[in-house]
Design a protein around this ligand. Structure first.
Ligand SMILES: Cc1cc2nc3c(=O)[nH]c(=O)nc-3n(C[C@H](O)[C@H](O)[C@H](O)COP(=O)(O)O)c2cc1C
Length: 279
């Protein structure tokens, strides 16, 4: 099967697809229609497929009629997205309940739309979707800490103290008592990957947005990243993530609290308009 297939009868030779091809892999052929002479140059971003006003392009077997039509699709207004950013929160109090499995599957399916550098894709979404799976993960985590050659007390304090608390059944500073967790990892050996760590973080940010839009609470689990940096063997034994696997993690579940208002961070970041002309 060819990557790029054109329905000649539908193509109106507008060349929108050729102009939108980021790697200039698409060319105008002798008859004025687009051609893809070298498939290896194509990063499979599907922009040609998406932009074609006539639905003349079938890309990698994907037919235009099976796509979400962009025109007329209800989208949140700019103000609504702004509101979302103002009231989104990292939540550290979760209800003691499993998240509806169909909702998790729905969100993870949509998360496949997250962008990756050079369209490398190849992300893995490892989900611990229930309290039971989280409990098993945490048990492996505690065992790995206990079996560590230095013993928990000699590990970095930022890891040892919460670990000792958690082992005693105290506060769960690492995982915030969340009933579920998503780990997004990137394949560092994928030759197309230019930005694996960024891709994983961006996917987590998109997961946060999707999950909160569906009424779930989320909390970034930067702590796992710290474990990878400080004591990578603990993470290897707990999750199979190697010391060099690019990843990020997000805790999630139903919220046990509601925030009554947004925090005040408008103007929090320094904004610089660099409008220097040429010197
Ligand atoms: C990359 C990143 C890592 C984070 N890691 C943790 C973490 O390990 N544990 C935690 O409770 N919160 C973590 N947070 C949440 C931040 O503390 C939180 O975003 C910040 O306090 C602002 O609060 P807000 O998210 O409710 O606006 C992390 C946030 C980010 C962006």
């Amino acid at each position: 099967m060819r990557l790029f297939e054109l329905d000649d009868a539908k193509c109106v030779k507008c060349a929108l697809c050729v102009r939108d091809c980021a790697f200039r892999a698409l060319k105008i052929g002798e008859d004025g229609r687009p051609v893809l002479p070298d498939e290896a140059k194509c990063m499979k971003c599907q922009h040609c497929f998406a932009i074609c006003p006539k639905g003349a392009i079938t890309f990698d077997g994907r037919r235009p009629g099976d796509s979400v039509p962009a025109a007329g699709l209800p989208l949140p207004k700019g103000e609504e997205v702004e509101n979302w950013l103002r009231v989104r929160r990292s939540c550290r109090q979760f209800r003691d309940a499993d998240v509806d499995r169909r909702l998790v599957e729905r969100i993870l399916k949509c998360l496949g739309n997250t962008p990756t550098g050079c369209n490398a894709r190849g992300l893995t979404f490892t989900c611990y979707p229930t309290r039971e799976s989280m409990k098993a993960f945490k048990t492996r985590f505690i065992h790995a800490i206990e079996r560590h050659r230095d013993g928990p007390r000699l590990l970095p304090r930022s890891i040892a103290i919460p670990a000792i608390k958690m082992r005693r059944g105290g506060e769960d500073i690492f995982f915030r008592g969340a009933p579920a967790m998503l780990i997004v990892s990137a394949d560092e050996k994928n030759p197309a990957t230019a930005t694996p760590q960024q891709d994983a973080i961006i996917a987590c940010a998109n997961f946060e947005m999707l999950a909160q839009a569906h009424g779930l609470a989320t909390c970034w689990c930067g702590f796992l990243k710290m474990v990878q940096l400080e004591v990578p063997e603990i993470l290897e034994q707990t999750s199979g993530l190697s010391r060099s696997t690019p990843f990020y993690a997000m805790l999630f579940g139903y919220p046990a609290v509601r925030y009554a208002r947004g925090v005040q961070r408008d103007g929090y970041a320094k904004v610089v308009f660099d409008e220097q002309g040429e010197t």
